[in-house]
Design a protein around this ligand. Structure first.
Ligand code: TXA
Ligand code: MG
Length: 333
C-alpha cells in the first residue's frame, strides 16, 4: 500500500485509465476524501454500468468530477455569486456543489432532477486523470450501495474485485470522509452533507446570516432529494450500537452473560473484563485523525465477525459533526 509521499504519477497508468473511460469502462481512483468509482459522465452506457456495478438505485444522483473551475459552466447554469465565492475558496478540495444543470447533462446522473453535483478534487492522481481525460467523470464513492466507503486501494478491491477495470492507487486518503455537499440552487447555501469543510469555514467566506442548515429545511418541502442522506448508510454488515459516553461505559458491566460477542471502537480506555470482545480499537479524541481512519476501522471491526459493533459516540461538537453524521447512519437500521 502506498503512502502519499510515495506516490509517483505514472503517466502510462493515467493514459491507460483514460483509454478505459473512453471505452465506457469503470476506473476507480483516489481523491483526498475517499476513492471514487469513475465513469465517463457523457456516456449513457458507462453510467448504466456504474449504477449496476455499485448496486445503486437509479434515482440516486452521482457527482460529476472536473479538473478545474473553468469547466463548471459546461455543466451548470445560474450559479449565484456566493457559490462562486465558495468554489473559488475551496476548489480544488473536499467540496461538492449542487447547482442547476445545463440541458445536455443526462438525467441518468442527476437522478431525474434539474440539478447536478460538481466536485473538483485536489488529489494529484484525480487531478492528472481529470486533466488528461478532459471531460467530466461521474464518480460515487467506490463501495457497494449503502456500505462503508473505501479509503485505500485494498478497500476498493474488497468491494469490487474484477468488476472494475483499473484502480489508480494514490495511497490512503488524507481526509477519509466524503466531501461537504452544499446546495447552491437557492438564494442562500444549504449544507446537505457535513464534511471536512465545516459550516464555520463556509461562513468565513459568505458572512453570517446567509447559510441555511439542512435541519431547517427538514420539515419543509425540501428543494432537493439527497439520497445519500438515507437514514442507513455507510453501514458495516455487523449491526452497530452507537452509545454515548456513559451508556458505553456501563454497557460492558451490564452485558457479561457471554451470550453475544462484540467488536469495540472506544475513545477512552474501557473496562470490558467479563465480556466476549473479538476486536478492540481505541482511538485518540481527535476528529481529523478519527475521520482519517474511520472507514478502515469500521471495516476491521466488521471483519471480526462479532454479533455487534459497539461504538463510543464522540461529543456533540461542531468539529465532530461530519463524523457523528456517518456514525449515526452506520448505526441506523
Ligand atoms: O467525497 C466525495 O464526495 C466522494 C468522492 C469520490 O468525490 N464521492 C461521493 O459520492 O461521496 P457518493 O455518490 O457516494 O455521494 C454523493 C452524494 C449522494 O448522497 C448523492 O445523493 C448526492 O451526493 N448528490 C449527487 N448529485 C446530486 C444532486 N444533483 N442533487 C442532490 N444530491 C446529489
Ligand atoms: Mg457514497
Amino acid at each position: 500500500m502506498k503512502s502519499l509521499n510515495q506516490i509517483v504519477l505514472d503517466q502510462t497508468d493515467i493514459l491507460k485509465a483514460v483509454e478505459y473511460l473512453r471505452q465506457g469502462e469503470l476506473v476507480a481512483f483516489s481523491t483526498e476524501t475517499v476513492y471514487g468509482l469513475g465513469a465517463d459522465a457523457s456516456n449513457e452506457a458507462a453510467i448504466n454500468k456504474l449504477y449496476v456495478t455499485k448496486g445503486r438505485p437509479d434515482k440516486h444522483p452521482v457527482i460529476v468530477h472536473l479538473a478545474d473551475i473553468e469547466q463548471i459552466n459546461n455543466w451548470c447554469r445560474d450559479i449565484p455569486d456566493y457559490a462562486l465565492a465558495i468554489a473559488n475558496r475551496f476548489w480544488p478540495g473536499p467540496l461538492t456543489l449542487i447547482a442547476k444543470k445545463k440541458a445536455h447533462v443526462s438525467m441518468n446522473i442527476t437522478g431525474g432532477q434539474d440539478t447536478v453535483g460538481i466536485r473538483i478534487p485536489a488529489h494529484p492522481i484525480a487531478q492528472a486523470l481529470l486533466k488528461t481525460f478532459g471531460g467530466g467523470i461521474a464518480a460515487p464513492s467506490a463501495n457497494k450501495y449503502g456500505r462503508v466507503s473505501s479509503t485505500c486501494a485494498e478497500h476498493v478491491k474488497e468491494e469490487f474485485g474484477d468488476e472494475v477495470k483499473m484502480i489508480l492507487d494514490g495511497g490512503k486518503c488524507l481526509i477519509g470522509i466524503e466531501s461537504t455537499i452544499v446546495d447552491v440552487t437557492g438564494t442562500s447555501p444549504r449544507i446537505l452533507r457535513p464534511g471536512f469543510i465545516s459550516e464555520g469555514d463556509l461562513l468565513d467566506v459568505i458572512g453570517n446570516g446567509l447559510l441555511k442548515n439542512i435541519s431547517e429545511d427538514c420539515n419543509s418541502t425540501a428543494r432537493i432529494r439527497v439520497p445519500g442522506s438515507d437514514k442507513s448508510h455507510y453501514a458495516p454488515r455487523t449491526p452497530v450500537l452507537l452509545l454515548d459516553k456513559s451508556s458505553f461505559n456501563s454497557f460492558f458491566e451490564q452485558n457479561t452473560s457471554g451470550q453475544y460477542t462484540y467488536a469495540v471502537l472506544a475513545l477512552n480506555k474501557c473496562v470490558y473484563n467479563n465480556c466476549n470482545i473479538k476486536e478492540y480499537i481505541e482511538i485518540q479524541n481527535d476528529p481529523r485523525l478519527y475521520a482519517n481512519i474511520l472507514y478502515a476501522n469500521l471495516r476491521q471491526l466488521d471483519k471480526a465477525g462479532a454479533d455487534y459493533i459497539v461504538i463510543e459516540e464522540p461529543q456533540n461538537e461542531p468539529e465532530w459533526a461530519a463524523i457523528n453524521d456517518r456514525l449515526r447512519r452506520a448505526a441506523a437500521k
